[in-house]
Design a protein around this ligand. Structure first.
Ligand SMILES: [Zn+2]
Length: 226
């Protein structure tokens, strides 16, 4: 039984036939994939995981890490949230993975044309305020909270590139500068401020060796490590 709006429906109606069809295709290769993928100690991924890479990236539908990096089940420990921001929940997920000592690296994967960052840039263009003022009048408290976290990255990008004012114009692209500043800031949050990550990086007996900044180009599919 699935919830369908405020009423319930029975299992006789598939609420997402296109996803069921996709999952049916996926299941034709599932056993083969599982038979080939093992943890470092030879354990099947049906009973354990040991991903070598932690990825923090955006929820944008065009940025699926497994597709972008051509990886499969068990390869990536992925945290996705709009604007790839770090809050307690995302930090907890990263700390969980680091403490399990699977991963040698954390990838912070920003992307071009990030809509969450755009919200913050639009707010700045409208208000020129030093602090975030939500765009529009619709009360979206949680979205405002998230965009408010990104807004200082727009201010920082403006400080670094004072002539940048445009969302899109080549060579004056505040939007992309803010995306990059957001990635830089998240990197600093992890490497300079997070005790779990800092301790793991400083301890040669731990698996984690690197935190890496990267950007995915929506228009070309290319990831550039920064
Ligand atoms: Zn995004």
């Amino acid at each position: 039984m699935w919830l369908n709006g405020c009423s319930s429906s029975t299992a006789s109606t598939d609420p997402a036939p296109e996803l069921t069809a996709g999952n049916t295709v996926f299941m034709t290769t599932f056993a083969d994939v599982v038979s080939k993928v093992k943890t470092a100690t030879g354990v099947s991924i049906t009973s354990a995981q040991a991903p070598k890479t932690i990825v923090l990236t955006c929820s944008d539908s065009r940025v699926p890490p497994e597709l972008i990096f051509n990886k499969t089940l068990g390869d990536l420990f992925v945290i996705r949230v709009a604007g790839n921001v770090l809050d307690k929940d995302q930090l907890a997920s990263i700390e969980y993975a680091v403490e399990h000592n699977w991963a040698t690296k954390i990838i912070i994967l920003g992307h071009s044309q990030c809509g969450a960052v755009k919200e913050a840039v639009v707010s700045w263009k409208n208000t020129k305020s030093a602090t975030y003022v939500p765009v529009g009048t619709t009360k979206m408290e949680n979205l405002d909270y998230l965009v408010g976290k990104i807004y200082p990255r727009v201010i920082a990008a403006r400080a670094a590139f004072p002539t940048y004012t445009s969302l899109t114009a080549s060579g004056a692209n505040l939007w992309e500068a803010a995306v990059d500043n957001n990635t830089d800031h998240i990197y600093e949050q992890l490497v300079l401020e997070n005790e779990i990550v800092k301790e793991a990086l400083a301890d040669s007996s731990k698996a984690l060796k690197n935190v890496i900044k990267a950007k995915y180009d929506i228009t070309t599919g290319k990831v550039t490590f920064q």
